[in-house]
Design a protein around this ligand. Structure first.
Ligand SMILES: Nc1ncnc2c1ncn2[C@@H]1O[C@H](COP(=O)(O)OP(=O)(O)O)[C@@H](O)[C@H]1O
Ligand SMILES: O=C(OP(=O)(O)O)[C@H](O)COP(=O)(O)O
Length: 402
């Protein structure tokens, strides 16, 4: 491990901890999710080591519907760690400082949404962030900083990159496990085949992964919106926006040439869906072979069962399988077959497997699978894709330099 961890942190200190509790918010209600469960391990360990634990996290972005206070997050987190989590609706003002100074060993306090601090969001160099009033004021109150927010590590925000320049800094347990797993595709050598299942909504994610990992990956199994755009490049009447849709055409305009080039250059590594699923006149799932599609008149919402049957042997014959992005609209049970099919194929093997993507990894718990069926289930989306494509994660690099 290339950074200091909680194993290196002496007990009984004043510790400022950055988590990523960014969650879906539905009608103002913060939705519990695996990020709380995963971060609970770090928080509980710090409290049990008699630290005075002060937590920072963000939720949403100013102006978005999910930009809310962290008050609900404190209650949800308390439920996961089985301890009280005090909340103060302040980030670094007098109320926050008073609450921080009144803590005793083993206490846990959550500060207000870091994105309510003007100095937090602009993406700036760590040196600039270290000079903000936010960082300078808070860092005076602590002996150490712990960053556990791997899934936000691609952001150069004050709470993520300002403190490591002014406090002794350590990786939390989530940071450790996410870094280890998500960098493994780049750092580990596999004797057998390596397979990547890539889907989701963003063609640029798929292109980035293919360009970065074509030396490491033997086959890319495609699905989702991105997979349909590659089918369009392969000459099929799919991957088009129908009336009222905005999923394909804008991406196609921006990426057509790149998609065609990737398909030409890496075609022998790319496996495309052989059939797709759609909603028929009875609102039920129906499937059609891609070769039989001759009209641009249907919205396809999943890969078909024949595609799953085609992808399964690749997965079964692989030593390592990495997943990024769903193969269909899995939130609708009728169109979960592609995503659950490949996840079940992975679960049936003892290959090394990493499932990533903030939305995609939710499919595991939604369809009764266990995280234990996989080597690692990431709670990161954008950060995971950057790890796969070898792009920098500024907050991780700063921990490594500390
Ligand atoms: N054919 C499809 N039509 C509509 N949505 C799709 C389709 N395939 C996948 N999706 C959507 O893609 C989302 C996941 O993609 P994305 O957000 O890029 O990945 P992640 O958040 O897991 O990194 C899922 O929420 C799923 O609903
Ligand atoms: O949820 C997050 O990113 P993700 O959706 O890529 O997993 C992180 O918390 C970063 O949030 P942001 O994309 O609002 O900076």
């Amino acid at each position: 491990m290339t950074f200091k961890t909680l194993d290196d942190l002496e007990s009984g200190q004043r510790v400022l901890v950055r988590l990523d509790l960014n969650s879906p918010v539905e009608d103002g209600e913060v939705q519990d999710n695996r990020r709380f469960d995963r971060h609970a391990t770090t928080v509980k360990e710090l409290a049990e080591n008699d630290h005075r634990v002060v937590l920072m996290a963000h939720q949403g972005r100013p102006g978005d519907d999910d930009f809310v206070s962290l008050e609900q997050h404190a209650d949800i987190l308390a439920g996961h760690i089985g301890m009280d989590v005090e909340f103060v609706a302040d980030t670094y003002g007098d109320d926050a400082l008073d609450a921080i100074r009144s803590l005793e060993g083993g206490d846990v306090l959550l500060l207000e949404n870091t994105r309510m601090v003007d100095e937090e969001l602009p993406e700036e160099d760590p040196e600039t962030k270290a000079e903000t009033a936010f960082v300078k004021t808070l860092s005076e109150e602590f002996d150490a900083y712990v960053n556990d927010a791997y899934s936000a590590a691609h952001r150069k925000h004050a709470s993520l990159v300002g403190f490591p320049l002014v406090l002794p800094s350590y990786a939390g347990r989530v940071m450790e496990s996410e870094y280890e797993a998500n960098s493994s595709i780049a750092t580990r050598e596999f004797d057998g085949d390596v397979t990547m299942v890539v889907g989701g909504t963003k063609a640029t994610d798929v292109i980035g992964v293919m360009n970065a990992l074509d030396e490491k990956v033997d086959q890319f199994l495609l699905g989702g919106i991105a997979g349909e755009l590659f089918l369009r490049a392969d000459g099929h009447d799919v991957g088009y926006d129908l009336e009222g849709m905005n999923l394909f055409d804008e991406q196609w305009e921006k990426n057509e040439e790149t998609i065609r080039n990737v398909l030409d250059e890496k075609g022998d590594q790319i496996v495309l869906a052989t059939d797709l699923a759609f909603e028929d006149e009875n609102d039920e799932r129906a499937e059609i072979p891609v070769a039989s599609i001759t009209e641009k008149d249907t919205a396809y919402l999943d890969v078909g069962s024949d595609t799953v049957a085609t992808y399964t042997p690749y997965i079964h014959d692989s030593e390592a399988v990495f997943v990024k992005g769903a193969l269909g609209l899995f939130e609708d049970e009728r169109f979960a077959t592609g995503t659950t099919g490949v996840l079940e194929a992975i679960a049936d093997t003892d290959c090394f497997s990493v499932v990533g993507g903030g939305d995609t990894s939710r499919a595991i718990e939604m369809y009764g699978m266990s995280e234990d069926d996989f080597s690692h289930v990431s709670i990161a989306g954008g950060a995971y894709i950057r790890a796969l494509t070898g792009e920098s994660l500024p907050a991780v690099e700063l921990l490594q330099e500390n």
